[in-house]
Design a protein around this ligand. Structure first.
Ligand SMILES: [Zn+2]
Length: 93
């Protein structure tokens, strides 16, 4: 994919759209074993990515075994940009 700079140089007349943002709160993460919604348990910035760890807390599944990590590119992570300090622990969007 061409960079935004290349797009501007090659087609200055067309509309330029910002890359779509991803909000982790818009995703539905379900446990693949019991199909219950999983709970956001922790958040950790990594190299270029924000890693969100989800756990199944129904009691029927071992949280350690069903744990799921969802990674979002930092520059497209709307949720992290709204919550730079808490990493989402404040519970709001
Ligand atoms: Zn489960």
């Amino acid at each position: 994919m061409p960079s935004l700079g290349q797009v501007l140089l090659e087609d200055a007349s067309g509309p330029v759209y910002p890359p779509p943002m991803i909000n982790i709160r818009d995703l539905s993460v379900r446990c693949g074993r019991c199909m219950n919604f999983m709970t956001l348990a922790s958040y950790a910035p990594r190299d270029g990515w924000n890693a969100y760890t989800f756990e199944c807390e129904t009691g029927g599944c071992d949280p350690a075994a069903s744990r799921t990590v969802v990674e979002v590119p930092i520059e497209r992570d709307e949720f992290a940009q709204k919550h730079p300090d808490c990493g989402g622990s404040c519970g709001t969007r």
